[in-house]
Design a protein around this ligand. Structure first.
Ligand code: F6P
Length: 512
């Protein structure tokens, strides 16, 4: 336990009854101290149960855990994914100034994405029956699905004429509904899998192959693209070498949307917009690298989260984008945050005796106001929230946007200030519910790049302070391996010895 950590434990007892509004009353410059202006964004973190002294102690945590050294390791591509013996270098995918060998290779990957996007959009590259491609189906799961899906939905306003679909689930209904609406002659299937061994993705890819064959598509290779680091398996599956886009060992699935996994994004919004998206992320990288901790957006967000998670007994945090375009952001962040920091063993292989990753959830405002906000306002749980909003709309309907944004601000105010709407206890609002307000100019490729990079670095900083490895995900393996054994039992109708509940369920499945 570091010295600052010990002091923070004491501080938390002191602050438990502190009212955020009193912190404002006792300071002339709380907004200046607890906010950051950067490029086209503004972070206001003044509405938190954090006083100046607490903030300083939180900043000390960064020194205690040598954050600067760790940030340098991240950008240098050091082998910080120790349990998989891998380097981590997803930030290189959005760095346009890398002169190294890998920088050159990444540049050539981007050129390949650019050319392919242009050839598909212009109709130069066509399907096997010489028809222009109209639909793209991204076939992948986890990081090979959530990133492109969320980014494309967020940037729908910037879309090219291609229709995009996503198949992730091994549930056959997912694929079959998509196959109902596409024309195989004008559809390109992008099989995205870093390992090219993922059960869900390969099952769907094989089914698609059968589907194309049944529909008499002669040259299937014209309808299949692969995005993978396992070229051998992709070739064995039947993909053409030039139709394979590379993924790298040093980029984890949940951090991969910036590279070839972003091919679908480039097709969906055009390469120029894809590049703006990368550049937005790179701007946040530079900010993260050089800014003092007290004015460093990802660092401050991480420290606030640590404060609530480790000192104020909060178990969850909500992300609330006030834009329908960003409706998949909470989903996406669930993988990024929970797969990264849902760990119970520290870097010394010891079981931790403190909380690690928080549960992240959320939804878009104002829809969520009419769903779960009741619990935020009057429930018994303290749930810190990130409110993400945009000054201007893309549609130009000012009437609607003013209404949306008045709700955006009103909610953060109501959560903090509380109040009463009558004498009855049922109409009382205690307030003192913390939130961060993150305000961008508008939804754009650049702002989306910044948002994602901001959360990536937040997660990284949390992992460092919590002394856990953020870049592996061993927790997903046991279930996968059990499922493959149970599949053999289900298929052969030969159920082996299990606990009573599992056996009973398997019996029900085979005796239907
Ligand atoms: O099961 C978890 C996971 O390994 C994720 O981390 C990853 O994004 C996903 O599966 C898909 O893996 P792949 O891209 O290798 O198919």
């Amino acid at each position: 336990m570091t010295p600052a950590w010990k002091m923070l434990l004491k501080k938390s007892e002191e602050l438990v009854d502190t009212k955020i509004i009193d912190l404002f009353a006792n300071s002339n410059n709380r907004i200046e101290e607890f906010s950051i202006d950067f490029e086209n964004m503004f972070l206001d973190f003044s509405k938190n149960i954090i006083d100046k002294e607490t903030f300083e102690l939180l900043l000390e945590l960064c020194e205690n855990c040598e954050l600067k050294k760790n940030i340098n390791s991240l950008f240098n591509g050091d082998k910080i994914n120790e349990t998989e013996n891998r380097s981590v270098l997803h930030t290189a995918l959005r760095d346009f100034n890398l002169n190294s060998e890998i920088g050159k290779e990444l540049l050539s990957d981007r050129q390949k994405i650019k050319k392919f996007t242009s050839d598909i959009l212009s109709g130069k590259t066509k399907g096997s029956t010489n028809k222009k491609i109209t639909d793209i189906v991204n076939v992948g799961i986890g990081g090979s699905d959530l990133g492109p899906n969320m980014v494309i939905e967020s940037l729908r306003f910037y879309r090219t004429e291609l229709n995009c679909h996503f198949v992730s689930n091994v549930d056959g209904d997912h694929l079959s509904e998509i196959l109902k609406v596409i024309n195989p002659e004008t559809t390109l299937f992008v099989i995205v899998s870093k390992t090219f061994t993922t059960q869900e993705t390969l099952t769907n890819a094989k089914k698609i192959k059968e589907f194309l064959e049944k529909r008499s598509i002669n040259d299937i290779s014209k309808h299949f693209i692969g995005v993978t680091s396992n070229i051998k398996y992709a070739l064995e599956f039947g993909l053409d070498k030039e139709n394979i886009f590379k993924m790298y060992d040093f980029v984890g699935g949940r951090f991969s949307v910036w590279g070839s996994v972003g091919l679908t994004v480039s097709l969906a919004i055009g390469y120029e917009n894809f590049e703006k998206f990368l550049k937005g992320a790179n701007k946040m990288d530079e900010h993260f690298k050089v800014s003092n901790y007290d004015k460093n957006i990802p660092v401050c967000l991480a420290l606030i989260s640590i404060w609530y998670n480790n000192f104020m007994s909060c178990e969850t945090e909500a992300v609330l984008p006030y834009s329908e375009y960003l409706k998949f952001l909470p989903n996406y962040l669930q993988q990024m945050l929970m797969e990264s920091n849902g760990k119970c063993v520290d870097r010394f292989s010891e079981k931790v005796d403190y909380q690690t990753g928080t549960v992240v959830w959320g939804g878009t405002g104002t829809n969520s106001q009419h769903a779960f906000f009741q619990l935020l306002h009057q429930g018994t749980k303290l749930i810190p929230c990130d409110f993400i909003g945009f000054k201007s709309s893309l549609h130009g309907n000012d009437d609607a946007h003013n209404k949306l944004m008045s709700n955006f601000v009103a909610q953060t105010q109501a959560l903090m200030v509380g109040g009463s709407m009558g004498d009855s206890p049922f109409r009382k609002f205690e307030g003192n519910n913390p939130s961060n307000t993150i305000l961008f100019d508008k939804v754009s490729p650049e702002s989306m790049g910044m948002i994602i990079s901001m959360y990536e670095h937040k997660v990284f900083v949390q992992g460092i302070i919590l002394n856990i490895f953020s870049f592996d995900q061993w927790g997903v393996e046991l279930g996968k391996s059990l499922a493959s054994k149970l599949l053999t039992e289900i298929e052969s109708k030969n159920i082996l010895k299990h606990d009573a509940s599992t056996k009973n369920l398997l019996d029900k499945l085979i005796n239907k």
